[in-house]
Ligand binder design. Structure first.
Ligand code: 5RP
Length: 265
């Protein structure tokens, strides 16, 4: 792996812990102004101090993040669908590599839809993106999207992660599941987990803890942070789990303390 690729990856997976807390705020590319992301500028600036990197689209990056901000960017470069369209799986590549270079991003993120009617196009999109990224030393994060008809089990997620890695992804994002350690073991590149739909803060912290315990290098979490009653408390708590190895219980106490202070202020 060339110097540039290693340098960019080290901006995401921190060398001192080998872990990462990626804040995912790219949901609008197909969900529009989803709850918690109605006004991205405010929530992003509130959470940036505790995020190791931001996963977002070029539109929100340009509109909502100051160019002077020192935060590694994981650029969402697949899309072309919407929640009201007829198939979320029918994504294409939405950003040219030269624009990603101009935006000085640290990684490129693209979804694959294994098992969907658009499986082949999305996997070939991943391959093309890896080729483009390799030319310029930009790593690719493959996002294993799960079709409604798919079961989020180790067999399916293990298949998606392994295919993504075989095609050249440098980092894979998937979901936590039972026997998650098998998914990690069978994937030759680092794995992070998405948080998925908003759940109770305690459960989301347990999810983060279990994923890292079972081999994930961290999280690429969005809704369970920015839709929380106290987003700052949540990202601080998640960061303590991922980088400091706190238990979910200890992290929940951090979340509650921050929430209490916020209510007082
Ligand atoms: C949206 C995404 C998100 O980046 C990913 O799902 C992580 O966000 P969340 O924790 O909210 O699931 O790919 O399409």
């Amino acid at each position: 792996m060339d110097w540039g690729m290693k340098n960019r990856l080290s901006r995401i997976i921190k060398p001192d812990t080998g872990k990462t807390v990626m804040l995912a705020v790219d949901h609008g590319y197909f969900l529009g102004p989803t709850s918690g992301l109605e006004e991205p500028t405010g929530i992003i600036s509130e959470l940036i101090p505790w995020a190791d990197s931001l996963m977002l689209t070029r539109g929100v990056l340009r509109a909502s993040v100051k160019a002077e901000q020192d935060i590694p960017i994981v650029l969402r470069v697949s899309g072309g669908t919407s929640i009201v369209g007829n198939s979320l799986a029918n994504e294409g590549i939405t950003v040219a590599i030269d624009d990603a270079l101009r935006l000085n991003v640290s990684a490129l993120a693209l979804s694959i839809f294994v098992g969907s009617e658009h499986e082949k196009e999305t996997l070939l999109n991943l391959s093309k993106l890896v080729d483009e990224g390799q030319k310029f030393g930009i790593p690719v994060l493959a996002v294993t999207a799960v079709g409604r008809e798919m079961a989020r089990d180790a067999r399916y997620l293990g298949l998606c992660c392994r295919i993504a890695a075989e095609l050249g992804a440098h980092l894979v994002k998937t979901y936590y599941c039972d026997n998650f350690e098998e998914v990690v073991k069978a994937c030759p590149v680092p794995v992070v987990i998405a948080g998925g739909k908003k759940i109770e803060e305690k459960a989301a912290l347990e999810l983060a803890y279990n994923a890292v315990r079972d081999g994930a290098v961290g999280v690429d979490m969005g809704r369970n942070i920015f839709q929380s009653d106290c987003p700052v408390g949540m990202i601080k708590a998640v960061k303590q789990i991922v980088h400091q190895g706190l238990s979910a219980k200890e992290a929940l106490a951090i979340y509650n303390d921050v929430k209490k202070d916020k209510l007082k202020s």
